[in-house]
Unconditional design. Sequence first.
Length: 233
Amino acid sequence: MIYVMSDIHGMYSKYKKMLELIGFSDKDKLYIIGDVIDRGPEPIQILQDMMQRRNVIPILGNHEYMALNALWYIRDFIDSDGSVTDESLEFNKHYRLWQMNACRTTMEGLGRLAVKQRREVVRYIWNFKWHKTVNIGDMKFILVHAGFENFSKDRPFNDYRPEELVWCRHDPDERYFEDENTYVVSGHTPVQKFTGKPYILHKNNNIFIDCGACLKGGKLGCIRLDDLMEYYV
């Protein structure tokens, strides 16, 4: 079976409960379409669990993208409390942007790791895919964190820059592809902003799965692509 989650945001307990709920095994495959880190209390624990599972495929989110830009400079200068030991780096523009977007728990988690482990985690994030297309029977699922900014149906997916895939706010009233069997599965924008409720939204062949796992009243959502079964923790 093939599953998709998004925007776990450090909620390790929900992540583990979801794996139990879906009965995730070595025979299954799980795509996590961005924003594993930041906000919630245990982002590094989630990454370390993912790193041990060959059948978990991560896709880049805007929080990983910000982290990579900042960690290029600061990864060897993180104290055990998550602070930066080189004061000059406090003013690095990439780090400042990441700070503005709730990086504290990720920095604290990285700070508790030995330098070698920290570098392994950063290397793992560096290898996140930008997008992924999954075919199941006649259905095609295009997995991306946020959507496709400056979209054109004639534009190859590999022509998009990371910024165009992780930051845009796709409108559920807009449809990317005319083919009725082609779906775009994305996260990034909590579905509560569209419906007021923490449940996966299907509209115009868009499937929005960020159910606000780290928000008050939010849930971690997961969808099984084989039959579109939905799960919530």
